[in-house]
Design a protein around this ligand. Sequence first.
Ligand code: UDP
Length: 334
Amino acid sequence: MILITGGAGYIGSHVNKALHKKGYDTIVLDNLSHGHEYAVKWGEFIEGDLSDSDLLKSIFNSYDIQGVMHFAAFTSVSESIEFPVMYFKNNYKNTLNLFKNMEIANINKFIFSSTAALYGNPESIPITEKNKLNPINPYGKSKLMVEKILEQKSKEKSNDFNYISLRYFNASGADPDLEIGEDHNPETHLIPLTLDAAIGKREKIAIFGNDYNTPDGTCIRDYIHVCDLAQAHINAFEYLQENFENSDDIKENSVFNLGNGNGFSVKEVIDTCEKITKKEINKEIANRREGDPDILIADSKKAINVLNWKPKFNSLDKIVETAWKWHKKLNRNI
Ligand code: UDP
């Protein structure tokens, strides 16, 4: 059985579905601060918080858990700038509590939900795992602190702890069966907000800055489908299992970028949304949002080669198509 913390959230719920499709049993732990109970359609569900050691102990005592996939975290860059301590407490301190209780229960396989925000303003594009880590906001810093602890933990001779950290670029799209999808409240991400404008839920989409150092002046990001991300977690877990005896290999290969390797500007994303929805979308140029690097594009060759990862939704059209279908379902009462 695999424990999925934050499995009621966007990425965690898609991983939960993918694990079940592959025959794994899962247990989801989520405090529902951002996730949705309706999104836990597979496995067992426990509502609770990672700061609750008694709960963690009872879960680890009651279930035969082979490994943990850890998604539970706050994920908004802007919010992290406003409330940094809250981010360090939830994303870092609560993860330490999870580690402490995993250690007591002797659970030694861990997949971490990390982020391209670790790279800050990257020194070179595309970004490989060897790029300098220099997060420019508390969200990225809180995730880097967890990665640092993971690195140390895996080096300790006294335990046979192994982990893989997956650094996502821009997670997007939805389950093609439309059982689950992106449903943040409040929503802050470009694609769902643009689709809100297309569906009439909001008047317009604000483009945060058009004076970045990019061809059209708007920020460039690498959008990766959430189902492709989900598949990478399974590949990563199986890689950990298969290579556990030879943990030197795993230690060489513990961090992976996950992106498509293509960059799209904010304007290009909005154009694609107009094309797929066949609607004209109102847009306005607004101020830059603090903490946004100009360009983030992944080099994911390592995941492709080592984890045998094959992203299927490799065009922005395919990503926006699934996002739009889900968006219409989610907002069917509008
Ligand atoms: N963005 C925008 N308007 C919005 C939301 C986002 O222009 O209403 C921009 C944002 O500044 C960034 C890109 O879209 O350059 C992607 O932002 P998102 O929040 O979706 O993901 P992030 O890159 O922050 O993980």
